[in-house]
Design a protein around this ligand. Sequence first.
Ligand code: SF4
Length: 241
Amino acid sequence: MVQPRPFNDSTPLTIDTERSRTKSRDEAAGLKRKLKLIYHKALSCLGPQHWWPGDSPFEVMVGAILTQNTNWFNVEKAIKNLKDHNLLNYKRLYNLSDGKLAKLIRSAGYYNIKAKRLKNFLKFFSERCQGDIKRMSLAGTEALREDLLKVNGIGPETADSILLYALNKPVFVVDAYTKRIFFRHGLIKENAAYEEIQDLFMQFLRKDVELFNEYHALLVRIGKDFCLKHKPRCRLCPLEE
Ligand code: SF4
């Protein structure tokens, strides 16, 4: 597990939409209470999830790209393959041909697309940060997020996973499980946008790396084990009212 480092960014990400500004005090207090309740129920039943599994921030960033549209088990195999070939290093990976990279990450699925996405990210990492994680983490969160989103193949969930889990920036990661759970609990609309859902956490919880890390990990666990797409297992779920 990558231990969270102290966060010391003088330009924290602030998301302040008209929607949240116009919430009544009571509504805001209610949301805050529900968000905390969900977190504490999940944590007390399931315990810490020890995310993100990875030996280094670079490995976490690679994993964040490889895990798109697949489960972690398949990603682990791809990462192990890269490690076995001594390629989990940005320069060696960057210099590898797309074809060879695709073969090595085959287990992660969509391997040709992911090889290109990984290369796009490595180009960004090289040009924007000189391949230096420390330099990358010194950048302001908002600016870095905007730049990551310009990389072809990196969407909000991947960008935010990199910011939170590799760089210890207090940014909440939203995924399909978060949407499903929060919609089923009446906290968001079914078609709520990514930023709208993220805004809920960023506005009503303290901006804390460890809290955001654990909260997202717990929602993934609940989504996988209980809040199934077609047959939610509410009777067994820690979030059952
Ligand atoms: S399984 Fe049921 S109780 Fe659990 S999160 Fe989903 S809707 Fe809520």
